[in-house]
Design a protein around this ligand. Structure first.
Ligand code: UN1
Length: 495
């Protein structure tokens, strides 16, 4: 799989340029430590240049008819589809997820781009009667300006598409900071946008770290919209930093998603759903199932089957065809995940399987953690409350449906939830009562499709949604227009 590591640059105003300070950082494969490339370690100055270019480009991009902007996005979708294999292979090397999942990540960007291309011919507003004669009323969506896009490493192609593509179709321009763990994918994303015909300056990429690049994007007075997918802590810091300029801030933050398994569930299906949601992407999804809330009548049976299946999972580099679970992103993540194993044990939960760094068979070169299941977890324990972002899940025993719902909701986050049951009444009650932005019935907690809103309640965000029509609300502002064709002054609420 190895190819020679290259040196990359920022993309500003349609030109490839080094960071002003000349510093660099490396992107390494989490599976092997292999160098993927060297990237500019940018600073505030580079952000300022990118914002300047984006501001300039906005003057003409906002006037390009939306269907034309959609056509460019349509070409981008086709290009991503053409390059799907190449992108998936790069992803498995740079980010670590197994190749089939990497293909899914790319597919999500293709789907989103085709979907949003069509939005170019919709972007619907409303027309409505006026209360006065000879007067016409309507509302239209207007672009906002330069959008700051800050994305995580766990969906390095899909998540940039959720943000950049609708931002562009709506007529905004973009300054994009890809995650510093997956800059090569961020850079390919922008190269393909440019190849599809996005004009110079409309999308700019500035590589680097949150404290240098991200912070400047968030504070820059000429960036009115910031969209971030990241941790709760980063989200709070972004909101605070953006407050002075009253920016529109879209946040997509953590999850502590629970799967409820009732006593009437199809257990085999539940086991498959849990394994996929808990250990897929090595648990590094904000939609990952890090809690399993099981009815006491099926708890033991479920625990036994889960442990057996988890122990059969094969760890290895994502590009090897028999790998089930790839590495986690970096050393820091590995340490954090392991610290939660220690926390769980100290809290008195029972470690049923895993709980250790995986070694041997070449795994020592990367960051591998054994799929980990804790049993006898109490809902208030830290391993049942805090986002671990790794292949660790906590089994919680409950007596009935009401307790299951209470436990599921008893966390600060509200992204995704799931219930396995054959009872239609309970399924509908769960759909109503689970306090999350996404609920699955008889499926795991992952698997969002691009044409439905994606996001969560409570501390998962600040009330916005991405994907689907809902995304348009992040990237446009409403304007109400009144046209009076009576030829005389008519006063609303008075005449
Ligand atoms: C994320 O983890 O940030 O539903 C996004 C899913 C994927 C997207 C996850 N389609 O799990």
């Amino acid at each position: 799989m190895a190819t020679a590591a290259r040196t990359f640059q920022n993309f500003i105003g349609g030109e490839w340029v080094d960071a002003a300070g000349g510093e660099t950082f490396e992107s390494l494969s989490p599976a092997t430590g292999e160098a993927i490339g060297t990237f500019p370690r940018s600073g505030p100055e580079d952000v300022d240049r990118a914002v300047e270019a984006a501001k300039e480009a906005y003057r003409s991009w906002r006037l390009v008819p939306a269907p034309k902007r959609g056509e460019i996005v349509f070409r981008f979708a086709a290009l991503v589809a053409e390059h799907k294999q190449e992108l998936a292979q790069l992803m498995t090397r740079e980010m670590g997820k197994v190749i089939a999942e990497a293909g899914g990540d790319v597919q999500e960007a293709i789907d989103m781009s085709y979907y949003m291309a069509g939005e170019g011919r919709r972007l619907h507003g409303q027309t409505t009667p006026s209360e006065l004669p000879d007067k016409f009323n309507m509302s239209v969506r207007m672009p906002i300006g330069v959008v700051g896009v800050i994305t995580p490493w766990n969906f390095p192609i899909a998540i940039p598409s959720w943000k950049i593509v609708p931002a562009l179709v709506c007529g905004n321009t973009v300054v994009f900071k890809p995650a510093n763990d997956t800059p090569a994918l961020g850079e390919r994303f922008v190269e393909l946008l440019s190849e599809a015909g996005v004009p110079p300056g409309v999308v700019n990429v500035v590589h680097g770290f949150g404290r240098d690049v991200g912070d400047r994007i968030v504070r820059h007075p000429d960036v009115p919209v910031v969209t971030l997918t990241g941790s709760r802590e980063t989200g709070v810091a972004v909101l605070e930093a953006a407050a002075d300029h009253l920016k529109h801030v879209h946040l997509e933050l953590g999850g502590k998603n629970g799967i409820i398994v009732m006593e009437d569930a199809d257990l085999e299906l539940a086991v498959e759903g849990i394994l996929w949601s808990a250990f897929g992407t090595s648990g590094q999804r904000c939609t990952a199932a890090s809690r399993v809330i099981a009815h006491e009548r099926v708890y033991d049976e479920l625990a036994g089957r889960l442990v057996a299946a988890a122990e059969r999972m094969r760890l290895g580099p994502g590009w090897e065809p028999d790998t089930d679970v790839g590495p986690v992103i970096n050393r820091k993540a590995l340490d954090k995940i392991h610290s939660y194993t220690e926390i769980g044990q100290d809290e008195g939960a029972r470690l049923l399987t895993g709980g250790e760094v995986a070694t041997g068979n070449g795994l020592d070169r990367g960051f591998f953690y054994r799929p980990t299941i804790f049993g006898d977890v109490e809902p208030q324990m830290r391993i049942a409350q805090e986002e671990i972002f790794g292949p660790t899940t906590a089994l919680i025993r409950v007596r009935d449906f009401d307790e299951a719902i209470r436990v599921a909701n008893g966390i600060r986050f509200g992204l995704s939830s799931a219930i396995f049951t054959r009872d239609v009444n309970r399924a509908f009650r769960a759909m109503r009562d689970l306090e999350t932005g996404i609920t699955y019935v008889n499926a795991g907690t992952t698997g969002a499709e691009v044409h439905l809103p994606f996001g969560g309640t409570k501390d998962t965000g600040n009330g916005h949604r991405e994907a689907g029509q809902a995304a348009l609300d992040v990237f446009t502002e409403w304007k109400s227009i009144y046209v009076d064709y009576s030829g005389r002054l008519q006063r609303a609420q008075i005449d």
